[in-house]
Structure formats: C-alpha cells, structure tokens
Ligand binder design. Sequence first.
Ligand SMILES: [Mg+2]
Length: 265
Amino acid sequence: MVRILPEPPIWKAAIAFDFDDTLVMKGESGPLDPHFFECIQWVRASYGAAWGIATGRSLYQLVEGFNEASFPVLPDFVIAREREIYFPGQFGRWVPHEDWNGRCERDHDRLFRKSKRVFRKVRTFIEGQTSARWVSVEGDAAGIVASSDAEMDEIQNFIEGLSKKADLSFERNSIYLRFSHRNYHKGSGLVEAAERWGIGPSRILTVGDNLNDLSMFQPEICDACGCPSNAVEAVKEYISRRGGKVANKPGSAGVIEVLGHYFAP
Ligand SMILES: [Mg+2]
C-alpha cells in the first residue's frame, strides 16, 4: 500500500529527481533500492525537504513506473511530460496544478497551431531521410523517436537550422525529442511546484542524467545539483563545471551518494 507521508513541521528545501536512468535503470524491473526511500524519508523529516519526480513520462506512465518499482511512499510533487505539475491527493489520486497546467496547455496549443509549417518540414525530413518516427499521440502533438543517438544528433541539427517561432523549443532525452514552449520545462515546473511551500531556488537540489534535465540544473532554478555516474557526458560536464556532485555509482546508488554529499547525518 502506497502511503502519503505526514508533513514535516517546516518546509525548508525541495529536491527533484529525474526518474528513468536516474532512479530506475533501463532494462531493470522490480523494486527500487530500499535505501533510497530510507534516505529520502530521513532527509524529508530532518531537513523539511519536499521531494518530487521530474520526468518526460506522462503521469500515467509514471504511476506505472511507481508500481513497477514498488514505491512504498508517494513523492510530494510530480512534473510529468517535462511540464505538467501534479500533487498527491487523497486515495493515491494525483491532483493537477490547475492554473499552471491550464496555462501550459493553452500556450502549447497556440504555439503548435502556429508551428504547423515547421512541423511539416521536420516530419518530411525525418520520414524521408532518417529511420526516425514522428509521434503524434493524444496530448503529445509533436514528438520524435530516433533509432540512435547519432541519428537524433542529425535531427536536432536540422531542427536548430530551421527558422521558427522564437517560443518553439524542444526537450531531448537521448533518442527521444518532444517539441515544447520554451517557458515550460522541468526547470520552470520545479520552481513553480516549490513555490507551493515558499521554497526558492537557493534551497533546491536537482538530480538527473540526461539532456532534458539541463533546464533544472541552471543556477536560476537550483543552488545544488548532482548526477549518477551513468549520466550522459554533457550532463556530467555541466554538473562538474557548476561545482555539483557527480556520483561514482550509477542510478539510485549514485542518487544516494548525491544526497549524502549535500545532507550530512
Ligand atoms: Mg533520465
């Protein structure tokens, strides 16, 4: 049975973790390292740290992930699809941050309507010259899945070379790419979510492994950051340059290392 934790007396910090290849490794199924939950519950109680998951997954896919990894407790917040904010409600129900999610959806609808011509160009390019797939499912009007990192590099170059609306951006996670409005990403979602507890960037820690985590590692989003040893090179370099913690271990073991670096028992 998944529990919602009681609130600490004072909220003083916020921590956001990426999910895939940060907490849960590719190809691994089954429960997550129980030490992670011991560790995060201790940090939450001792430091008043609200913790959450910031992911490219949809809320539905993330809840599936929580079940597969046997999460014994729910996080204090979720940022899904790199932009939608949810908080845990009663009976395991997730409650959307209505204001933010509504604005996010309207801004995306408007921008994507104005970007049809650019999307057509990208689609023609990837379908004609690569073996990547154009993905268009409900709620995800514009995304791409490439067959390799090198192919996605090529697609990213193509997209960056196009003239397009200044607000049109994208989030890339290895072979996956999702178009987005440049004001909405893991970073801006996290700042908005932490605002619920009156916590500002100077009291935020972020942990992730891939390019779509870079938005939340920025100094205007968080004071502290870290990554597991399996993070992509660009992320490791960025974290080192910022004086963050690059762990020696992969996945959740590395995440525990990052927590140990910032929160002394
Ligand atoms: Mg990841």
